[in-house]
Design a protein around this ligand. Structure first.
Ligand code: FAD
Length: 453
């Protein structure tokens, strides 16, 4: 079911006699459980036209490197295969995504976009919609509740958005049935052969200094769905009790797939809800409430990637404590190389360097310690965002903006005051050790990475 609230007309374009319906795929890189794709199929059938799906590969996505491109290309290969089975033409070109959409829309009757929430994704869509002459309809598929249906403003914290999301869930959490495309032969357009991953990677002028990590997290919608099934069977029943122990592995591991839109959050939530895994509330809180709070932040706060987006109380307290003596101050290079005095932090950084995914509990500690070990809170924020986006497979995501900002007080409240961190919630080694066997985590990472810390 495609609720009308997922649709948004982005321009005043007119229907013309174009030869196909165009779907510009960008944020929802999947052939299943994709509302934008199903909407485009439905419109193509109504107009008795074929459907063209396009994807533009830019070499200039900020902070994206070989690690991210390999994951994305593996995903696009699987998506291409699924689209082919459905008789849908898929055109991939090395071109700035919004420019490819504009170019191909010239012969289209209607253009469909999926939705992205970060400033750059929104700018692409805005710029393209202005230039496209056909009607442009954006369809939100990477959230369960469309962002503007949840709230008309930036929310203060999880407790202010939770009720709004929950009230909307019965209405929006509905399965999405695939539509059969009627006219399966489409226009013949030039495209990269997306099956040639190595050749494409070799041709891309992107940062290749960050190794791919397909041994830990292979990309693709098929892989994502298998991971989801495995998670539901093997880990979900113990998720509440064990997810915060980084020495164990009880998170779902789905964030890279959700980030690239290779997996639908709606499909994930429906499968989890239908499972007989017992109490699934904690997982759904993370997947829906926390994730969509982050989307709300990115959507309503254009400065979501900036220190200025922190709440006034957090900026005031950090300013008051900005001259407090720091026992350690680390340069970006020292942080990047996991060369601090703290074995737990180094293990977390190493986990991210090696596998492309740091455990969720350690991400909080990791970000909080940067605040303590940087000359200024602003520098700490910049370093956190840079390292997160460069090395996490799920980086460059609203969740990353919100997660990092949380370490500095966003979506939180003032706590008892301490040196350096002021009223921003403190985390330290003792806290880690109280929660779980932190040394076991270090051993695990050493074992995984062959690391010498
Ligand atoms: C400093 C810091 C940086 C972070 N950077 C990112 C990032 O770049 N990208 C990213 O996706 N997440 C980020 N997070 C949020 C969270 O840590 C990850 O989403 C989670 O660890 C991903 O692992 P998983 O999919 O196995 O999680 P699971 O525990 O299995 O959760 C399932 C899904 O729920 C959502 N989720 C879980 N925890 C959170 C959370 N705290 N906030 C919002 N959504 C959540 C994610 O979509 C996740 O995939 C960050 C958190 C912090 C504190």
């Amino acid at each position: 079911m495609i609720h009308r609230e997922r649709l948004k007309v982005l321009n005043g374009g007119r229907h013309s006699g174009g030869g196909y319906v165009l779907y510009w795929m960008q944020a929802s890189q999947r052939a299943e459980y994709n509302h934008a794709l199903e909407f485009a199929v439905r419109e193509a059938n109504k107009a008795q036209l074929p459907l063209l799906v396009c994807f533009g590969i830019t070499e200039r996505y900020p902070n994206a490197n070989l690690r991210h491109y390999r994951f994305m290309l593996e995903g696009l290969k699987q998506t291409a295969a699924r689209l082919k089975e459905r008789g849908i033409n898929f055109i991939v070109r090395k071109k700035s995504p919004e420019k490819l959409a504009v170019e191909l829309s010239a012969d289209a009757a209607l253009t469909v976009f999926d939705a992205g929430y970060l400033p750059l994704q929104r700018k692409w869509r805005k710029d393209a919609a202005v230039l496209i002459k056909t009607p442009v309809i954006q369809v939100e598929s990477n959230v369960i509740v469309p962002v503007e249906s949840v709230s008309g403003q930036e929310e203060y914290a999880a407790y202010t958005i939770r009720g709004k999301i929950r009230r909307a869930l019965d209405y929006f959490m509905q399965p999405l049935e695939p539509h059969d495309l009627k006219i399966r032969s489409g226009p013949d357009k030039e495209s990269i052969d997306i099956n040639k991953t190595e050749k494409i990677l070799a041709s891309l002028a992107v940062d290749k200094t960050v190794a791919a990590c397909e041994n830990y997290h292979p990309g693709g919608a098929d892989t994502a769905r298998k991971r989801l099934e495995l998670f539901i069977c093997e880990k979900l029943p113990d998720y509440s009790a064990r997810r915060n122990d980084p020495a164990l592995d009880f998170q779902s591991g789905l964030s890279p797939y959700l980030h690239f839109g290779q997996l639908s959050p709606l499909e994930t939530a429906l499968k989890v809800k239908k499972s007989d895994a017992g109490d699934t509330a904690d997982f759904l809180e993370e997947l829906i409430v926390r994730r969509e709070l982050a989307v709300n932040f990115a959507f309503y706060n254009a400065a979501c990637r900036d220190y200025s987006a922190l709440p006034p109380w957090a900026k005031a307290t950090l300013r008051e404590h900005s001259k407090d003596r720091r026992e350690y101050i680390y340069s970006l290079a020292e942080l990047e190389q996991a060369a601090t005095h703290d074995p737990y932090w180094n293990a977390a950084q190493t986990e991210m360097l090696q596998s492309g995914k740091m455990h969720g509990y350690m991400r909080m500690y990791w970000g909080k310690m940067l605040l303590q070990w940087s000359a200024t809170p602003e520098t700490a924020f910049q370093h956190a965002l840079l390292l997160n986006d460069k090395y996490e497979l799920d980086g460059r995501d609203p969740n990353g903006c919100a997660g990092i900002a949380w370490c500095f007080g966003k979506h939180d409240r003032p706590w008892p005051e301490h040196k350096i961190t002021g009223k921003v919630r403190l985390m330290n080694q003792n806290g880690l050790k109280r929660k779980f066997d932190a040394d076991k985590y270090v051993e695990k990472i050493r074992g995984d990475a062959g690391m010498v810390a």
